[in-house]
Design a protein around this ligand. Structure first.
Ligand code: COA
Length: 331
């Protein structure tokens, strides 16, 4: 059974960070054969943020984590665990989470990375909630952070238009109110790992002159296959949600989907029988920031009063692995 229900855990604070540099469609038009019109029509993306040369994933993650701790009015030294969800870590090891710990001064925390690509934040939140309800930790910082621009081939128009950099973080704590994690379902299919991956730089294809010459250190994306699989898996998750969770779709105030493609998100709303306004979207401004996209969107939705305490929010994700998941939270 890969679902869990009614865990008394709340988001005590949330924070976000995006780098200053903007990469808009007009600039991409100068780099590859594409057009603003094509990109907007096929993806909904108008611009993305790109990390500065001296910034890596841990720097973005630390900024978001500090913002979440300020939001919760909670000292870093009291954090019990730091989970960084990322597929663009600073290094193979040490973990990006350990680097974040040092930057923010969370000296009493245990820290590790979680790799589920674009589904990372959803998997990480489920794990953080489990650590709290099992009694292993009292509070957990869950951070989704990526610098996918470093692994993007800016000569490949099929992928370079999609991705941006950023980080979002939540501080999870035991809930003493109606806030709770109502439901989570997660899944994976390793037999489809080849449709979205970074081939070289790990133990299978160690970095070499040849791997660099062939561009195997860049992200490889079979866009059409990922698109079809994402629509079908996310559609299944949404359709089975009421029966599995016991929650009526009409009681959901907001859907926060992973920001992968506006067309994927619109088709999901249709399948759920919900209006397209039910889904929060900021893909136009940030592109696909992988594991960072859900917490970045949630932070903005809260800031803009589109998500309020007591509301039920549905998180949906699909990503490399392939991995997927749905989660219901009473915020
Ligand atoms: N500009 C202009 N034309 C482009 C282009 C671009 N940036 N990228 C691809 N094309 C062309 C293709 O070469 C193809 O031309 P052809 O018909 O002459 O062969 C045509 O547009 C259609 O290509 P296709 O790949 O079928 O387009 P698509 O509608 O599937 O859109 C993606 C491509 C990548 C936007 C879309 O598949 C997608 O968003 N996939 C999901 C990717 C994703 O989010 N992955 C991350 C994990 S969630």
């Amino acid at each position: 059974m890969n679902s869990l229900c009614h865990l008394p855990v709340k988001i005590a604070g949330i924070g976000a960070y995006v780098p200053d540099e903007v990469l808009d469609n007009a600039r991409l038009e100068q780099m590859v054969e594409t057009s603003d019109e094509w990109i907007v029509k096929r993806t909904g993306i108008r611009q993305r943020r790109i990390a500065a040369p001296d910034q890596a994933t841990s720097d973005l993650a630390a900024e978001a984590a500090q913002a979440a701790l300020r939001n919760a009015d909670f000292p870093a030294k009291d954090v019990d665990a730091v989970i960084v969800c990322t597929c663009s870590p600073d290094h193979i090891f040490p973990s990006t989470a350990c680097l974040v710990q040092a930057q923010i001064g969370a000296g009493n925390a245990f820290c590790y990375d979680l790799q589920a690509a674009c589904s990372g934040f959803l998997f990480g939140t489920a794990q953080g909630a489990s650590l709290i309800t099992s009694g292993i930790a009292e509070n957990v910082l869950v951070i989704g952070a990526e610098t996918l621009s470093r692994f993007t081939d800016y000569t490949d128009r099929g992928s370079c238009i999609l991705f941006g950099d950023g980080a979002g973080a939540v501080l999870l704590k035991k809930s003493d109110s109606e806030s709770e994690l109502l439901f989570a379902e997660m899944g994976s299919d390793g037999s489809r790992s080849g449709i979205l991956n970074i081939n070289a730089g790990g133990a299978r294809n160690v970095a070499s002159e040849e791997t660099v010459r062939e561009g195997l250190h860049y992200m490889h994306l079979d866009g059409r296959d990922v698109f079809k699989l994402a629509v079908s898996k996310l559609g299944e998750l949404v359709e089975s949600l009421p029966a599995k969770s016991g929650v009526d779709m009409n009681d959901i105030s907001l859907i926060i989907p992973h920001q992968s493609n506006e067309r994927i998100i619109r088709s999901l709303c249709q399948r759920a029988g919900l209006s397209e306004d039910s889904a929060f979207m900021n893909i136009d401004m940030l592109g696909n920031t992988s594991a960072a996209s859900i917490p970045l969107a949630m932070e903005q939705a809260i800031r803009e009063d589109q998500l309020q305490r007591g509301d039920i929010v549905l998180l949906l994700a699909f990503g490399g692995g392939v991995t997927w998941g749905s989660m219901l939270l009473r915020y």
